[in-house]
Design a protein around this ligand. Structure first.
Ligand SMILES: [Zn+2]
Length: 332
């Protein structure tokens, strides 16, 4: 009897071990990333020049979040063999003042005084089409998947993958694991190319409170957590944070814009918030919400796609990648 029980225990242990290996456990991923922090360095990696903006440890190994200063593409650099020499943000900026990345940051700093729509709000003026940004603010409703299905369907013959920028909040990630996995599946299938934009963790909003004390301007807001906490949550969900940032409610002031810039992030506004009746023109950075709370914006986007159907077909109306739009605008 004892033998049988022992055998059963051994089999159960093997079964549990197998389960742990087969089922990806979120808490394991959470444990794996530690010491996430701001860190500045420039380095060469795989034949390219990178600016490092964060460092962290994954499974005890140093990892870096870095940006290509010319293409504005972000990437995770993980081999411990790469020589990385710590520097200061100022030193790197003084060394490479004319790269598109720093030119974009400089422009954003100059445009920091508006209470709404600070940052880059328009793409390259000669674009034939738009740059689409979709905000995923906290919501109990599911992701509006119809947006993505419509985009993939409309552009299947002309643009594959379809480029979109998704501004994601930490609290959206907490309750939408299935939707995030669905989006990741579309990226893996080559249907979508997503630039993940930081939309803060809590995305605080109090109806009726003046803008000067609302959203990220709420007194007592921990900006460091709002930024780094969101990036960490992205990494834990297998998403690579980009160097772009969208203010909740598009609301900011000079002080908070300057603060965001010190993290190496470029604020992106919008000149065409469709649900507010703002029209999309050539080169517009269009905003809709994809969190189930803005059906008017979603319908307007679908209408916009239908209106431009013939031009899309002739490749005369395109969707632009946010990174390329900003790079084109700021390259020499
Ligand atoms: Zn939002």
């Amino acid at each position: 009897m004892k033998k049988v029980r022992l055998k059963f225990c051994a089999s159960a242990a093997v079964f549990i071990c197998l389960l742990l290996i087969i089922i990806p456990d979120h808490s394991f991923a959470q444990q794996a990333i530690t010491k996430y922090q701001v860190y500045n360095a420039d380095c060469f990696y795989q034949g390219k020049h990178w600016f490092i903006i964060r460092k962290f440890e994954k499974g005890g190994t140093p990892n870096y979040l870095a940006v290509d200063p010319n293409t504005l593409e972000a990437s995770i650099i993980d081999p411990p063999s790469t020589t990385v020499k710590e520097s200061t943000w100022k030193q790197i900026q003084n060394k490479y003042p004319d790269v598109p990345y720093f030119r974009a940051i400089k422009r954003a700093a100059q445009q920091s005084f508006a209470i709404q729509d600070a940052g880059i709000i328009h793409g390259y003026p000669q674009e034939k089409g738009i740059t689409l940004t979709i905000d995923l603010c906290p919501s109990h409703k599911p992701l509006d998947r119809v947006i993505f299905n419509s985009l993939i369907n409309e552009f299947k013959k002309t643009e594959r993958p379809v480029p979109v920028a998704l501004s994601i909040s930490g609290r959206f990630m907490l309750t939408h694991a299935d939707d995030i996995n669905w989006l990741k599946g579309l990226v893996d299938a080559g249907e979508l190319s997503i630039t993940w934009v930081n939309h803060t963790y809590n995305h605080h909003y109090s109806p009726g409170v003046p803008l000067q004390e609302n959203f990220l301007l709420k007194p007592g807001t921990d900006i460091n957590f709002e930024i780094l906490g969101t990036e960490l949550a992205m990494l834990q969900h297998g998403l690579t944070p980009s160097v772009f940032f969208r203010f909740p409610g598009q609301v900011s002031d000079n002080r908070v814009v300057d603060k965001v810039l010190t993290y190496g992030l470029i604020p992106v506004g919008s000149d065409a918030w469709l649900a507010k009746g703002q029209n999309a023109n050539q080169g517009s950075i269009v905003l809709i919400h994809g969190n189930g709370n803005e059906p008017i914006g979603v319908n307007d986007l679908i209408l916009l796609l239908q209106t431009n159907k013939a031009l899309v077909f002739k490749r005369e109306w395109l969707l632009y990648d946010l990174r390329e739009s900003v790079e084109d605008e700021f390259k020499n």
